[in-house]
Design a protein around this ligand. Sequence first.
Ligand code: FES
Length: 278
Amino acid sequence: MWDYSETVMDHYRNPRNVGKIDDADAIGIAGSLSCGDQLKIYLKIKDGIVTDAKFQTFGCGSAVASSSMLTEMIIGKTIDEVKKITNKDIADKLGGLPPEKMHCSVMGYEALEDALKNYGHDDMVDLDDLREEPVREKIVCTCFNVTENLIWDAIKQNGLKTVEEVTNYTKAGGACGKCKALIQDIIDTYYHKEEKPVQLTAAQRIIRINNIIEKTISPELQKDGGDITLVDIEGDKVMVKLRGKCSGCKNSVHTLKSFVETTLKDTVDKNIEVVEVE
Ligand code: FES
């Protein structure tokens, strides 16, 4: 059972500003129904001030409370003030959210960011101008459609340090887990912790490649009735044999490059090349 603040419970039971604005000046969407929750926010803006805001959400109680609080926070504010609101501000105003529910506040931030991007007046806010980092729109987590940009913002605004925390705040990594190595890369890049790669001995390298194939890659392929065996290693070339349903499958080259090789590059050595042998 989650431990919710009184404010969360109040906004969940009596959500403010629910509904739609037919002649909205800006509309923002975050999340998707296929991922379990979605928020749509409508803004009425006059002379650079948000005069009205409404929302429609399909999600849990925390999503309702976060959306409700967000609309209260932005009505009457200037665009300049609104653009400074972060997911942390939403969560703080609610008296906090359980770690596993922080993604609801991020969804509010994301919908607001989307609405401001879509606001087409001369005084339109381009949030990309506010970023210290280049725009990042690459999808990192395909299970939940989470972009690198959103993960970066969540790390920055909330001081996230672990993959688990990123999952709590964005949902990325919370399903199949294939994106976890990429999430770790983003965390490392943010904190400039990219350390010099540890120099493995030849024997350590072989053991590591074998372990990754046996414990990470093979179980994933087995889920679809396939499998893989390590045949040999020559320098950076890793020779494998696909088995079961993977053997002779028309997607075998894609599996080798996009999954097997990428996983080994991410976890062992960026120079690894995977080839299939008979
Ligand atoms: S790709 Fe991120 S959990 Fe599946």
